[in-house]
Design a protein around this ligand. Structure first.
Ligand SMILES: NC(=O)c1ccc[n+]([C@@H]2O[C@H](COP(=O)([O-])OP(=O)(O)OC[C@H]3O[C@@H](n4cnc5c(N)ncnc54)[C@H](O)[C@@H]3O)[C@@H](O)[C@H]2O)c1
Length: 334
């Protein structure tokens, strides 16, 4: 089978590609195990570091329908649609967010439709589809009420995936991802960027700014389990989606203060002193509108899982991603 990852050069896209290459197989629409013969990585920037002959790197714009049609001519049967601009960027540049996060998603679904193959489509949604006056524990069925342009774009994307599936054009599954932490690399323009930065930068001996109050509650998932969840979502049988195509993924509910306490436990007091508290009202408004916890019992029953606690997430980051030469000396990995 041929598989397309949009946003294939991004944080999750590259990790997913590596995982799929290792795994080598996926279930087709009929539930039969198929060998992954080709993995197309589409992104505006060329995905680097893939020497595997099964990988085809395509550097191009997802808005280019001619390019998309060309990719689908080779017979794509599964799509992981990850290409997007992040929340802070979609808020700062309205047109860009609408073009990439909304218009391009609709175009991609249309290309899936005209391919006539009814591909499986895994769409990555977010906590940002919720907002306003929320119940203490949000359910899969809680009304969507996004408070940012990014959240609106994800919410509309969810509805499109649902309707294209109902019409039999695709077999869609929507995964509402918690915020992924700890993300390696540099800070990005996501409103939630600090959720990785306050762990990553201090562990590397650098200062990090925390733009929200210590009481802010977040719903988090490690990169390891995010990738596993994308695959579990792809492999679900059609019958599992009868209860709804949008699934709130399990995560760990923590306050920022609890995150800092976990970092201190793992890396010592000197590390957490590198966090500077400086409120950013835009970030506080966006992140404060997201649910800090939701009921993921349906997802758990379907086979999704999450990290046991935030301390485990910090330790997994150190194991998987912290460059050995950047680790601080005060780190205590007991
Ligand atoms: N990381 C998180 O915390 C999180 C949480 C919830 C949902 N999500 C969603 O998961 C998906 C992947 O997230 P990520 O963290 O890997 O993001 P990322 O920013 O690392 O990757 C997105 C990729 O999309 C690419 N892209 C942007 N515009 C494009 C265009 N016009 N054409 C082709 N490619 C384009 C970017 O170059 C980038 O490589 C996104 O849809 C995101 O909204 C992520």
């Amino acid at each position: 089978m041929r598989v397309l990852i949009t946003g294939g050069a991004g944080f999750l896209g590259k990790r997913l590609a590596n995982k799929l290459l290792q795994r080598g197989r996926l279930k087709d629409a009929a539930g039969r195990e198929r060998t992954v013969e080709q993995l197309v990585l589409l992104d505006v920037v060329a995905a680097e570091g893939f020497a595997d002959p099964r990988v085809k790197v395509v550097a191009g714009d997802i808005c280019d329908t001619q390019l998309l049609n060309g990719i689908f001519d080779s017979g794509i049967s599964s799509v992981f649609h990850l290409a997007a601009v992040v929340s802070g960027q979609a808020e700062a540049d309205f047109d860009l967010g609408m073009r990439i996060n909304l218009d391009a998603s609709r175009q991609l679904l249309d290309v899936c439709r005209s391919s006539g193959r009814r591909p499986k489509v895994v769409f990555t949604s977010s906590v940002a589809v919720y907002g306003g006056a929320l119940p203490d524990v949000v359910q899969d069925t809680t009304a969507l009420n996004p408070q940012s342009s990014y959240g609106v774009q994800k919410a509309v994307g969810e509805l499109l995936v649902k309707d294209y599936s109902r019409r039999g054009f695709i077999d869609g599954r929507v995964l509402r991802l918690p915020t992924i932490s700890v993300r390696p690399g540099k800070p990005n323009k996501a409103a939630s960027s600090f959720a990785s930065g306050i762990i990553r930068e201090p562990l590397q001996g650098e200062e990090a700014i925390c733009p929200v109050s210590p009481e802010t509650r977040l719903w988090l998932l490690s990169p390891r389990l995010a990738i596993e969840s994308l695959i579990v979502g792809h492999e679900l049988e059609a019958a599992a989606l009868e209860g709804g195509r949008s699934i709130n993924l399990p995560g760990v509910s923590v306050t920022v203060a609890e995150m800092v306490a976990a970092l201190e436990k793992v890396a010592g007091p000197a590390t957490v002193q590198r966090i500077r508290w400086q409120t950013d009202p835009m970030v506080e408004r966006i992140v404060g509108s997201w649910p800090g916890r939701w009921d993921a019992s349906r997802a758990e029953a379907l086979g999704f899982s999450c990290d046991s606690d935030f301390e485990g997430i910090v330790r997994a980051y150190i194991e998987d991603d912290l460059p050995a030469n950047q680790a601080t000396e005060d780190r205590n990995t007991n």
